[in-house]
Design a protein around this ligand. Structure first.
Ligand SMILES: Nc1ncnc2c1ncn2[C@@H]1O[C@H](COP(=O)(O)OP(=O)(O)OP(=O)(O)O)[C@@H](O)[C@H]1O
Length: 539
């Protein structure tokens, strides 16, 4: 039902018209069969009424089929795009921690494979409706011909459905397992893309990766898909045979116990044979529908429901940053990374810290001590598991977290560089950007035109300088730099700590600097020392 709701939501009008056109087309087909039967049984020349009815039904079938098909093309294309956009919204509205758990490979599998699987049903539903309409109309016609034979036919159909449902469950479990393998497959694809250098440099590693990881996952994926689809194929063949058995019964067995006029027998056989094709179509669609259901369940199980209304975080709040803030306070804030083994959980906090405008704060500590996690909590990317955050006595919650995040500009250690200055609409953007390009010694490499950066194919240190320019242009009240200087040469490191940071401070900005450069710690107003999740402030 969720599947239908989802498709209805993405393209309601198209889907309804396509389904109605489909039903009309199916009914016209059944009408044609009934008309052909009547004409054959009359054993005389075609009457005018029958002739025009025949022509009319042909026209209805032709037009309804055409309308349904054209709408279908619109429908399937629109469904794929709408679902991709909806899912992108959903991903961006989901908590960062949840997305980290799913992982990039998992998200990519959803955005490509699952969306494709779900949207492909949009394409099949109108066809299904056409075929179901044909089946229903033919059954009505059969019951009109003979009640007893109709009951026998219906019993066979139920037998068919019953014998279909058990293997279908089995097939579904195989396809579900194959879908789990798809996640693994996308993880390996990520390795192929991101680990190219390491794989190229080491032949043995490359061979081991391909044979032990990639190939074994591909094999398991293929095996489960093949078994699942084969079960579907076997049940579909069984369904077909059931039809012929019922025709055999009709021709050879039933006439021995029950007298049926030969015209009824002929009409019955013709209609039953005609029914084989739509029923075959319905059965052949079962794997597609099953895959779509599995995909939808997968998306929902990861907390990215496509059917719920999108809850835009804090949409009732202004998103302007508050340049006149006075105090930001973290009170007993904690965060835990839960691991499979409880004793290896990482607990950050409780954190009790107060920040004010115009301060430079260094966050220092060993690897894995929790500096980046603190940065994510502080900037509102993680909501506190316990404790409270107040900005000027305003409690930060799910409702105003979106507004809270607008107070920060950050360059994280795994930052992302956009190819243009998105979402920045100041009229002198290019002039300002050019000024910062000169200050950060990038003007000989990069130009900015209408907010578009001429190139981001730069060294890591240069790319970080461009990310820094982005934060300058954002002009938010609080800055966070996660090991920004680690990729800079000694001269530029010196410029960053002794010129750029004090300049920002003089502009009233608060700057949190995650750093291992103890040579510059003296520049801090105060320091946050981290030690395996424990946080201490030193003034
Ligand atoms: N996405 C994650 N999932 C689970 N655990 C994580 C995750 N990110 C970090 N951790 C755990 O949290 C701890 C703190 O990590 P964090 O990245 O905050 O440390 P850090 O002080 O920034 O380290 P570094 O100086 O190496 O960057 C680590 O022990 C790590 O195992």
């Amino acid at each position: 039902m969720n599947l239908i709701r989802l498709l209805l939501r993405t393209s309601t009008i198209y889907l309804i018209i396509a389904v109605l056109a489909g039903i009309l087309s199916g009914a016209a087909a059944a009408g044609l069969i009934a008309l052909i039967n009547t004409t054959l049984n009359q054993n005389q020349r075609l009457g005018t009424t029958l002739f025009w009815s025949f022509v009319g039904l042909c026209l209805v079938r032709l037009i309804a089929n055409f309308v349904s098909q054209v709408l279908l093309i619109h429908l399937s294309q629109k469904a794929v795009l709408d679902l991709r956009i909806l899912l992108s919204h959903r991903i961006l509205a989901s908590p960062l921690r949840q997305l980290e758990k799913i992982g990039n490979h998992g998200l990519l599998a959803i955005l490509t494979e699952d969306i494709q699987a779900i949207s492909s049903t949009a394409f099949t539903i109108p066809f299904l409706c056409i075929n179901i309409a044909i089946v229903v109309a033919c059954l009505v016609y059969l019951s009109y011909l003979s009640k007893i034979i109709f009951m026998i036919g219906i019993s066979f159909m139920f037998l068919g459905i019953l014998s279909y449902s058990m293997p279908m469950k089995k097939a579904m479990s195989f396809l579900k397992f194959a879908r789990e393998q798809e996640d693994k497959l996308f993880k390996h694809f990520r390795t192929v893309i991101q680990g190219t250098k390491e794989l190229k440099l080491h032949r043995q590693r490359r061979k081991a990766f391909i044979s032990e990881d990639l190939y074994s996952t591909v094999l398991t994926y293929r095996r489960h898909n093949v078994i699942g689809m084969s079960i579907f194929a076997a049940t579909a063949s069984w369904g077909q045979i059931l039809f012929f058995i019922s025709i055999g019964l009709l021709l050879f067995i039933i006439p021995m116990v029950y007298k049926i006029p030969s015209t009824t027998l002929a009409a019955y056989t013709l209609t039953t044979i005609y029914l084989i094709s739509p029923l075959e179509y319905i059965m052949s669609m079962m794997p597609t529908l099953t895959k779509a259901l599995i995909a939808l369940n997968k998306v929902e199980s990861l907390g990215l429901s496509l059917t719920d209304e999108l809850d835009e975080l804090g949409s009732d709040y202004s998103i302007d940053s508050n340049q006149d803030w006075k105090c930001l306070e973290l009170e007993n804030v904690t965060h835990t990374y839960y691991q499979e083994r409880e004793e290896s959980n990482f607990i950050l906090g409780p954190i009790n810290l107060k920040f004010h405008p115009g301060e430079i704060i260094f966050i220092v500590g060993g690897n894995g001590s929790g500096k980046s996690t603190l940065a994510k909590l502080f900037t509102g990317l993680y909501l506190p598991e316990a404790g409270k955050i107040y900005l000027d006595n305003k409690l930060i919650s799910h409702k105003n977290i979106e507004w809270y995040r607008q107070q920060f500009s950050a360059v994280f250690s795994d930052f992302y560089l956009f190819e243009r200055f998105l979402g920045l609409d100041q009229s002198d953007l290019d002039i300002q950007a050019q000024k910062y390009l000169v200050q950060l010694q990038l003007d000989h490499k990069v130009t900015v035109n209408n907010g578009v950066i001429s190139t981001i194919e730069l060294s890591q240190g240069q790319r970080k300088r461009l990310a820094l320019i982005t934060t300058y242009l954002e002009d938010r009240p609080i800055y966070l730099f996660d090991e920004w200087a680690s990729d800079q040469d000694p001269i530029f490191k010196e410029i960053f700590y002794t010129q750029l940071l004090p300049e920002l401070k003089n502009r009233g900005k608060t700057i949190l600097v995650i750093s291992h450069d103890d040579k510059y710690f003296y520049l801090a107003d105060w320091i946050i020392k981290m030690d395996y999740g424990k946080v201490n402030a030193e003034y």
